[in-house]
Design a protein around this ligand. Sequence first.
Ligand code: FES
Length: 157
Amino acid sequence: MARDPLKIVAECISEFGNEQKSVIQILTRVNEELSYIPAEVVDAVAEATGVSPGEVYSVVSFYSFFSSTPRGRNIVRVCSTISCAMAGQGDVLSALVEEFGITPFETTEDSFLTIEITPCIGLCDQAPAMLVNGTPHGNLTPEKACEIVRRLKQTNN
Ligand code: FES
């Protein structure tokens, strides 16, 4: 069961402090624990740090690794920048979409998986590439990408 978002915020404020510079640390922790940042967290962080809710929300919407909507327990981010696009990213993404039955930025009904598209993740020399729960995978083929996610399903979900 997911933890209380406001309890996580309170713990973060104890750990990181309630200054403006703590905003990203707090949001990062909440995003890691819940896979997204609920609206109530935006308000709580704003109140605790003195930053306006609009500014906190703009931080959430600016960074692609933050989400304001619930996501799956596992997040696959397929790079769509030029090196990966030229190396077959489209085929990799299509294979994942077909196998797991969701389009980019959707989540499976059982909350197992969210697929996202991301700008360059620094693995251009191993294009096409993706991050699976933050772990990099490169030199992908459609079959290799699907197998990585299938294994995830067998091992921890
Ligand atoms: S372009 Fe895909 S990792 Fe850089």
